[in-house]
Design a protein around this ligand. Structure first.
Ligand code: SF4
Length: 292
């Protein structure tokens, strides 16, 4: 069976849209990740990831709550090797009072077991993005971060039977991506697997590194679908241009991606709203799920 057929058989044609709210916590890694806009020498580039105030987070959650096509809210923040436990719990409690949408958090590792238990009570999905299982590549990409802590977090989430999300980055080395997919087989609770495609950002240590190929990333999705028939798998960071559906979205769906895709991306100074465009999928036989 091809990957699209596997996805259709296991997940059907219902599409769930997410709203990503950036950044709920500051990034305290030092040095910052080599590819991240926060490591740019240009202030204007770093500002793309400025941290939201509590009032701004609240405002965004309320705004997203009104959009019934949004099934889940991903609260994204920067990392801290000492953890962001208190901030995460405060934001999740606030969000839960406002919305019945699913909530996920993505603030790197670590998080204390007690924090995770509280998040479990709130039915929160927790992301621990490994990016790559190749230690050398991880250290090159994320010199201030810890792969071991990210894996430890995955292990604790698995032990607590919590829904897990993770991201693998296509940095241009195929073997690393295949090895990373293989590594994730051990997590029965992996629910969301996203693939990002490295693109150089101005002023960062990796600004002159060659961009990875998005067509290859789609090939990895096709492969991952064969291994994980019923998980939510998709490209990360696909932008829709000119109000029409990005050809990448149609291509990833045809190669087994689905069924949770980005609907709205909210940053401190910018918002990208793809809902109208995503509704175009309904003409192609997909159903966009709406909350009551
Ligand atoms: S942990 Fe995230 S926010 Fe911090 S530098 Fe790395 S990619 Fe950027």
């Amino acid at each position: 069976m091809n990957s699209k057929e596997i996805r259709e058989r296991n997940l059907g044609n219902k599409i769930y849209l997410t709203a990503h709210i950036h950044m709920i916590t500051p990034c305290n890694l030092s040095p910052r990740c080599s590819y991240c806009s926060l490591s740019s020498k240009f202030e204007s580039v770093r500002a793309e990831r400025d941290v939201l105030t509590i009032d701004e987070i609240l405002h965004y959650i309320k705004k997203v709550e009104e959009v019934k096509e949004i099934s889940s809210i991903i609260l994204v923040g920067g990392s801290d090797l000492r953890g962001h436990d208190r901030a995460v719990i405060d934001v999740v409690k606030m969000a839960r009072r406002i919305t019945d949408a699913e909530i996920a958090i993505d603030v790197g590792a670590p998080l204390k077991v007690e924090t995770l238990e509280t998040l479990k009570d709130y039915s929160v999905t927790v992301y621990s993005s490994i990016e790559t299982i190749n230690r050398k590549a991880f250290t090159d990409a994320k010199p201030g971060d810890s792969l071991d802590m990210r894996i430890d977090l995955l292990n604790v989430l698995e032990r607590l039977n919590m829904d897990i999300g993770t991201v693998i980055m296509n940095m241009g080395n195929e073997k690393d991506v295949y090895d990373s997919i293989e590594f994730l087989k051990r997590y029965q609770h992996l629910k969301y697997l996203y693939f990002s495609t490295f693109k150089p950002v101005k002023g960062t240590p990796w600004e002159n590194r060659r961009a990875a190929d998005i067509e290859n990333t789609i090939k990895f999705i096709e492969h991952a679908r064969q291994i994980f028939p019923d998980r939510h798998i998709a490209l990360a960071d696909v932008e829709i241009e000119g109000g029409s559906l990005s050809p990448w979205i149609l291509q990833e769906l045809d190669h087994g991606a689905g069924n949770t895709l980005a609907g709205i991306l909210l940053y401190k100074y910018k918002t990208f709203n793809y809902i109208d465009s995503m509704l175009g999928l309904e003409k192609l036989g997909y159903e966009i799920v709406r909350r009551k």
